[in-house]
Design a protein around this ligand. Structure first.
Ligand code: 5GP
Ligand code: ZN
Length: 142
């Protein structure tokens, strides 16, 4: 299903050009227009889901399987030294395009963006950590 005014839906429909590196019935994979590194790509499900909360579980699983396969392929071609898989949900988390996507970011030892994905650490007291753990604990299986 295509969402009006969604740039990734327009790319998937071929209305906006993109540098596509892979396509199947469920996904299109394109090069990011503002790459963090050489080869930075985005896995786009063809169906519009805004984020991780909306995406179909099975499609989400297949997206990660595809990420696994592409990480191997891209590493072989690009000779990168490491790899980040990144997925943002919500403006506060850095999401700017509200069509679910996974970033595939090859990393290089001598790469320019050595400090992407670093953060300052927040401190919590042992009591706070215990409360967080208790609030998040899941009984049974998900
Ligand atoms: P987000 O910040 O939502 O996780 O990532 C959105 C990504 O989409 C950004 O890295 C941005 O560079 C990329 N992007 C935004 N518009 C376009 C576009 O029109 N074409 C391509 N190829 N990438 C885009
Ligand atoms: Zn969309």
């Amino acid at each position: 299903m295509m969402e009006k005014n969604c740039i990734f839906c327009k790319i998937i429909a071929g209305e906006i050009p993109s540098n596509t590196i892979y396509e199947d019935d469920l996904f299109r994979v394109i090069l990011d227009a503002s790459p963090a590194s050489k080869g930075h790509a985005l896995i786009l499900p063809k169906q519009h889901y805004a984020n991780i909360y909306e995406i179909d579980e099975e499609v989400a699983g297949k997206a990660f399987t595809l990420a696994k396969k592409l990480a191997a392929h891209m590493t072989e071609v690009l000779h990168c030294d490491g790899f980040n898989i990144l997925q943002n949900n919500g403006e506060v988390a850095g999401q700017t395009v509200f069509h679910f996507h996974m970033h595939l970011i090859p990393r290089y030892k001598d790469g320019k963006n050595a400090d992407i994905l670093t953060w300052a650490h927040e401190e919590f007291t042992p009591e706070e950590i215990a409360a967080i753990r208790d609030s998040l604990k899941v009984d049974g299986t998900l």
